[in-house]
Design a protein around this ligand. Structure first.
Ligand SMILES: [Zn+2]
Length: 320
């Protein structure tokens, strides 16, 4: 009998509270925000093992990943905001997780793959790309809206070319961002990804350009146009089972097979999926409800993105 293909979640976050800012931090403003406090309370993180909040976040992540039916998860770092001269601007950075922190996490569980984050504005962006690649990282995230990166700028060509040469997949945040202070929402339009796509490497549009029902724009049609134009573009389903975007899963599932076959599973853990809109698909008390990673996978698999939906990312990380 063939061994089943590994199930992989492309989009998992870890947070650092800031006890050791070199590892990562949330700004005072982010720590005070209602969404952060709600997430802290709902996650039950205070009951986890650890002396600091960051240690408890980490314990919870490791425990839930190890208990999950998933075989691998990509845990994402989050680079800071940089000035035009390429130096990091900590006063403008509200959410930071260092690359070394996720590289260290990957050493603590065989299920964790490091998803480093490099703001291409930084002075040493190429050297950092080389360094994390040598440390085993095959996916690098750029948060367009929070990190203030317009992916369409020609000054990033050398970075994109090097990523394509190294076989490092680039993930860009697309769609409106709601969980953290942003530099510009306009950078999150998938139409701006033509430049990195032109270098030929695999590019993932996180969240498929979807926005919440109350946002002034919807970047999903732009994501579909880009998918039809570029065969090396993929989309992940992170946050799409949340209450403010739940309709987006139905919209995406209606698209043609050429698009659906390049949709990758991503949860956006620790943001929990909403259960109510999907109750007819999962039943009221699915066994997966005890683990946010498993529950998110259960919901999204019910939309018929194909039998390889939760395995596809492995192809990109191994062979692209
Ligand atoms: Zn995310």
């Amino acid at each position: 009998m063939d061994t089943p293909e590994p199930l992989i979640d492309a989009h998992v976050h870890v947070f650092c509270w800031g006890e050791n800012p070199r590892e990562g931090f949330l700004s005072a403003r982010t720590r005070r925000a209602w969404l952060t406090r709600l997430l802290l309370r709902r996650s039950g993180v205070h009951k986890e093992e650890g002396k600091t909040i960051s240690e408890r976040f980490r314990s919870r992540l490791l425990r839930q990943v190890n208990q999950s039916q998933l075989d691998k998860v990509v845990v994402l770092a989050q680079d800071g905001v940089y000035r035009d001269d390429g130096s990091r601007d900590d006063s403008a950075t509200h959410f930071y997780v260092s690359n070394d922190y996720v590289l260290d996490l990957a050493g603590r569980s065989h299920k964790i793959l490091p998803g480093c984050s490099i703001n291409p504005i930084r002075r040493d962006a190429l050297a950092e790309l080389q360094r994390v690649c040598e440390a085993g990282c095959r996916l690098v995230k750029i948060h367009t809206a929070i990190q203030g990166v317009d992916p369409a700028l020609a000054r990033f060509d050398a970075f994109y070319r090097r990523a394509a040469d190294l076989g490092v997949v680039l993930m860009f945040h697309t769609g409106y961002e709601h969980s953290c202070t942003v530099r510009s929402q306009s950078f999150a339009d998938p139409a701006r990804l033509a430049r990195p796509l032109g270098h030929g490497g695999a590019v993932i549009a996180a969240h498929c350009g979807t926005c919440a029902w109350f946002d002034p724009e919807d970047h999903f049609p732009s994501f579909l146009r880009m998918m039809r134009r570029h065969e090396n573009l993929y989309g992940d389903t992170a946050i799409m089972a949340s209450l403010i975007r739940f309709r987006s899963l139905w919209r995406l599932a209606r698209e043609e097979s050429g698009i659906v076959s390049r949709i990758l599973h991503g949860s956006d853990y620790p943001f929990p999926p909403a259960r109510l809109p999907f109750v007819l698909r999962t039943g009221p008390f699915p066994p997966e409800r005890r683990n946010g990673l498993d529950m998110d996978l259960r919901i999204k698999r019910s939309f018929g993105f194909g039998p390889r939906y939760a395995c596809r990312l492995m192809d990109l990380l191994c062979t692209f």
